[in-house]
Write a protein that binds this ligand. Structure first.
Ligand code: FAD
Ligand code: PHB
Length: 392
């Protein structure tokens, strides 16, 4: 058995775990990350693409913002498509703010590089990860690496191991409350090296279902269509995907879509989920380990970033100022922001998707709400200020 000690043991090397590690390193707080997958596998997961300014600011604080500023695309608005027309929501005019299109894969890549440069420890391919003792003074993370049992003792555990991780599952059921909504459809996503159809993202409400035109760069597009939960990825040929996408867009946009071979294709189910509280003794949950939003509002990655921003702040105060106040407030501060993002993501999902049970009445209500949304400055502002991110 190998034994090691650190101040903060971080479980999970997704964006939450890696960003927390980088923020702590800036403040000379020793941390070790334990990840069950390989670095290549983590980098191969295609997920989010839109960063709020608060997330970019945290990347700056962590010392990993350069490439994001160089290569990220500034977007001052989005377009909504419904009833055959396109309507722009101008974030800059309504809020003075913008968002940055820069893929989660790139954020993860930059954080991994910065960890490697700093010689910081990440134990990839850790098997059988368990956490113990977080209700007392001496928490431990145990795992197996290359056949050797590892024991990592620490002051605190950061549970950044995503929705399916072991940290939340290690909390006794009577200590945790969970709130969940599962949606009756998924998103089929395609990544392709073709120029995006428009400069900005298009969110489309169509009688055949929702569609989203997103992008990763000026030469790489990310498109999604609402699909059935029974659909299998391998039943969807590239041609079938492009045909379905174009059917759900206004004619002039559909004609302008450049198609090409997919380089990734996957189906994601949609879910809203919150666990309360987010702290259990010396265990702190952050990111998808504590909450999930449907991707419609592009909030998942941004919430993960703000959680670890608050957690890093609490840990810096604890180690450098001898104050536990930030750690004591962690759960309440996060949850107040989380629930607002849950509300926004649920609302935007409800507005843009076809719900099997809603019927003709439901779809007329959606049309009326969309018409109100684009016709009212107050309603447009409410969308814009949530999309660009509520203040910390
Ligand atoms: P994760 O990225 O899930 O990272 C958790 C890490 O912990 C993983 O690397 C995992 O391998 C590791 N882990 C798990 N269990 C263990 C264990 N037992 N021991 C050690 N390590 C473990 N958000 C958007 O804003 N827009 C999108 O388009 C979008 N698309 C998405 C598509 C999919 C399929 C999914 C699943 C999510 C998507 N999201 C999207 C959400 C966004 O990607 C997440 O909110 C974000 O990844 C959260 O980061 P995280 O670090 O908290 O969790
Ligand atoms: C993406 O580019 O993957 C993306 C963008 C915006 C969303 C969801 C996903 O709302």
């Amino acid at each position: 058995m190998a034994h090691r000690r650190t101040k903060v043991a971080i479980v999970g090397a997704g964006p939450a775990g890696l960003l927390l590690g980088a923020l702590l390193a800036r403040h000379n707080i020793d941390a070790v990350i334990v990840e069950q997958r390989s670095a290549e596998y983590v980098l191969s997961r295609i997920r989010a693409g839109v960063l709020e300014q608060t997330t970019v600011d945290l990347l700056r604080e962590a010392g990993v913002v350069d490439r994001c500023l160089q290569e990220g695309l500034t977007h001052d608005g989005i377009e909504l498509s419904f009833d055959g027309g396109l309507h722009r929501i101008d974030f800059r005019a309504l809020t003075g703010k913008h968002v940055t299109v820069y893929g989660q894969t790139e954020v993860t890549h930059d954080l991994m590089q910065s960890r490697a440069r700093g010689n910081l420890t990440t134990d990839y391919e850790a098997e059988d990860v368990r956490i113990e003792g977080f209700n007392g003074e001496h928490p431990v993370v145990r795992y197996v690496k290359s056949g050797v049992v590892q024991e990592l003792t620490c002051d605190f555990i950061a549970g950044c191991d995503g929705y399916h991780g072991i940290c939340r599952a290690s909390v006794p059921p009577e200590a945790i409350s969970t709130f969940e909504k599962v949606y009756p459809f998924g998103w089929l996503g395609v990544l392709a090296d073709v120029p995006p159809v428009r400069h900005e993202l298009i969110y489309a409400n169509h009688e055949r279902g929702f569609a989203l035109c997103s992008q990763r760069s000026k030469t790489r597009s990310r498109y999604y269509v609402q699909c059935s939960l029974d659909d299998q990825v391998d039943q969807w040929s590239d041609d079938a995907f492009w045909d379905e996408l174009r059917r759900r867009l206004p004619a002039e946009i559909a004609e302008a879509v450049t198609t090409g071979p997919s380089i990734e294709k996957s189906i994601a189910p949609l879910r809203s989920f919150v666990a309360e509280p987010m702290r259990f003794g010396r265990l702190f949950l952050a990111g998808d380990a504590a909450h999930i939003v449907p991707p419609t509002g592009a909030k998942g990655l941004n919430l993960a970033a703000t959680d670890v921003g608050y957690l890093a702040q609490g840990l810096v105060e604890y180690y450098h100022e001898g104050s536990a106040a930030g750690l004591d407030q962690y759960s309440a501060r996060c949850l107040s922001r989380v629930w607002k993002a849950e509300r926004f993501s649920w609302w935007f999902t409800s507005l843009m998707h076809r719900f099997p049970e809603a019927g003709a009445f439901g779809s007329r209500l959606q049309q009326a709400e969309l018409a109100y949304l684009v016709g009212s400055r107050s309603a447009s502002s409410a969308l814009a200020e949530n999309y660009v991110g509520l203040p910390l």
